[in-house]
Design a protein around this ligand. Sequence first.
Ligand code: 80F
Length: 305
Amino acid sequence: MKVLLLGYGNVGKAFVELLRENQLNVKVVGAFKRGGLVAPLGGEEKAVEIEKGLEQLSPDVLVDVSSPNYVNGEPSVSAYLEAFKRGIHVITANKAPLALKFGEILDEARKRKASLGFQATVMSGVPSVNLRRVLPALKVYELRGILNGTTNYILSKMHDGLSFDQALKEAQEQGFAEPDPTLDVNGFDSAAKLTILANVYFGCRKSIKDVRFSGIEHIDFSEVGRWRNEGLKPKLVAKASRSELRVSVEALTRNDPLYHVDGVTNGLLIRTDIQDIFISGPGAGPKRAAYGILSDLLIISSGQS
Ligand code: 80F
């Protein structure tokens, strides 16, 4: 199986390493970077358009590990549509194209009988997206999740008594938060992930514009203290039903499964007509994201997608 990468940063490199460790019969034929195409990997970067690169290298799968562009999802959206046209499958760790244009991308994949894998976009290697395929017939009526590790780390530390600024600084020192954590802190990243999960579990075609979201930046230190005294813990909860998508800070009680999801860990509660299902695990890290991509690749190559 031939794989072409779109982007070759931390996750791209971890993915290539994971392929090597698992000795899979997969050849990475090259990678697009900001300035052009590198093929083979480690070679010289040449100014080649994505369309031309797909034509020349004819991969079986395009793997998108490029930086998110929340303005219009480019160059990823156009690259996917070009790939599908040629019957090339797409796997992405990049949330932006799906948060903006899920319906358009999925419709085109289906029309061309190509697969679209995106486990790594939500909770990395913890199977939040791919769990859906082993839950046939269940009627899902609500999703509730803690989908952003940075904000959960900050809120956990504030619950322990740190101020917002101290907690953010600590998160940055530990490498959990970006130097510019705006999209985490204001709830946008959680909203993008919630959009993707709602589309998967409700079979709808929502975009991030359908999510009402707020973040943790205005959370009041003294209020966190008051909640702690009442046995409550603040969490940035992403919540979806068929009628509403919402991200906001909630003060949770001890009997809520999300109460116990602390630090950079993510959690997802899926409420259905038969049973509630709760999963949790690390939601970030290049190797874990690479595993999310690998699991999609193996599902596609086994013909189960
Ligand atoms: P990094 O910045 O290391 O690499 C990005 C690559 O994209 C670079 O090679 C760059 O040249 C290339 N690139 C940028 N613009 C391009 C363009 N226009 N054309 C071609 N190439 C272009 O980024 P990472 O860390 O490797 O991340 C890659 C993607 O995976 C991003 O979309 C991330 O959001 C996503 N991701 C990253 C994770 C991580 O742990 C995990 C899951 C997804 O959801 C989150 O935001 C994560 N914190 C959850 S974990 N690094």
